[in-house]
Design a protein around this ligand. Structure first.
Ligand code: GDP
Length: 327
């Protein structure tokens, strides 16, 4: 039975990846941070087969211990401080976790595996936020990186450090440059989920308006369940490599609002939406659209859920959740 260790187990991707690996017969271990982590129960309820190990990406000794307990064949580093807007407020913490945390786990894997690095395979969750002020449209694995936030800068460090461990030590290390990926499990701070929850609450008469930031930004949004499958496929290749994972379609926040309000039968959303400078960012990523040709050809991967279906899935899920709470 193959064994996997996942950092970031409590997040959207950690849960989807756990489900995928458990279904494939893996023994799955998840690293969980902090004393009395409030998401401990969520993991137990959602993916009851997963074994949790206490540890923190900023603590190298805890990572070594986790590796010794889990004895993984595959390590998926999904743990990060991942909300872009927050990364300006806590830039140093974001760097410690999202950047240096990658070095810590790579180093822990190297020390753990000793002379036999070929026995472990490593996945780093890199991000389309690394493209930032895009230098090419669409973006592929060779596009110059130009991050626009402390989060993006931290992810660039993790990306290059992963490549460096591959080149320096021959580690089977892959970097998945994943474009925005969403689901009903997405955190409410991200724009898709903020909109799906807001639309459901407006429809139920629980909320009058939705307060937003920049409506002109464009993103390439896919379904998280599809994207964790790409992660797994990367680690089944004979060698580590870097792959863009994206749909290739781009939509603005306005189009997201169009699609989400349409699900509940509201065609004109202007009366329900306000804008507040609080939600604008010091530097914006205006346009993301990925070229995932390499992942499609080498990994035989493709997305199964398009933009309209993704938005419908998320709004309907939030409508059902509110109904279950009694409207
Ligand atoms: P990101 O691409 O990782 O930053 O994902 P987000 O979902 O947080 O943001 C996507 C885009 O939506 C960014 O360009 C934001 O500026 C824009 N946006 C507009 N209004 C909001 C808002 O109220 N909340 C968030 N999170 N993003 C917003």
């Amino acid at each position: 039975m193959p064994r996997a260790l996942i950092t970031g187990i409590t997040g959207q991707d950690g849960l989807y990846l756990s489900e995928l690996l458990l279904a494939k017969g893996y023994e799955v271990y998840g690293l969980i941070r902090g004393q009395n982590n409030p998401k401990f129960d969520l993991v137990g309820k959602t993916v009851p087969g997963v074994h949790l190990i206490a540890g923190d990406l900023t603590d190298l000794s805890s990572l070594l211990r986790a590796l010794q307990v889990a004895q993984p064949d595959e390590i998926y580093n999904l743990g990060a401080i991942s909300f872009v807007a927050y990364s300006w407020e806590q830039a140093a913490l974001t760097s410690d976790v999202t950047a240096k945390g990658v070095l810590n786990i790579l180093e822990a894997v190297r020390l753990y595996a000793g002379d036999d690095l070929s026995t472990v395979r490593f996945y780093q969750a890199s991000s389309s936020e690394m493209f930032g002020k895009v230098q090419q449209v669409p973006q592929n694995e060779g596009t110059l990186l130009w991050p626009r936030s402390p989060y993006g800068v931290a992810k660039v460090f993790g990306h290059y450090m992963t490549i460096n461990y591959r080149e320096s030590y021959g580690m089977h290390a892959s970097s998945g440059i994943l474009f925005n990926h969403e689901s009903p499990r997405r955190g409410p701070e991200f724009v898709t989920r903020k909109v799906s929850m807001g639309v459901a609450a407006i429809k139920a008469g629980r909320q009058d308006t939705l307060t937003m930031g920049n409506l002109e930004a464009r993103r390439d949004w896919g379904f998280a369940g599809d994207y964790v499958d790409a992660m797994w496929r990367m680690l089944q290749q004979p060698n580590g490599d870097d792959y863009v994972v994206s749909t290739g379609e781009t939509h603005s926040i306005r189009e997201l609002l169009d699609a989400a309000f349409a699900v509940v039968g509201i065609d004109d959303w202007e009366p329900y939406v306000e804008q507040d400078p609080r939600f604008f960012r010091p530097a914006e990523v205006d346009l993301l659209t990925g070229d995932s040709t390499k992942a499609r050809e080498v990994l035989d991967w493709k997305p199964t859920v398009g933009f309209a279906d993704l938005v419908t899935m998320m709004v309907e899920s939030d409508v059902r959740a509110l109904a279950a709470q009694g409207g």
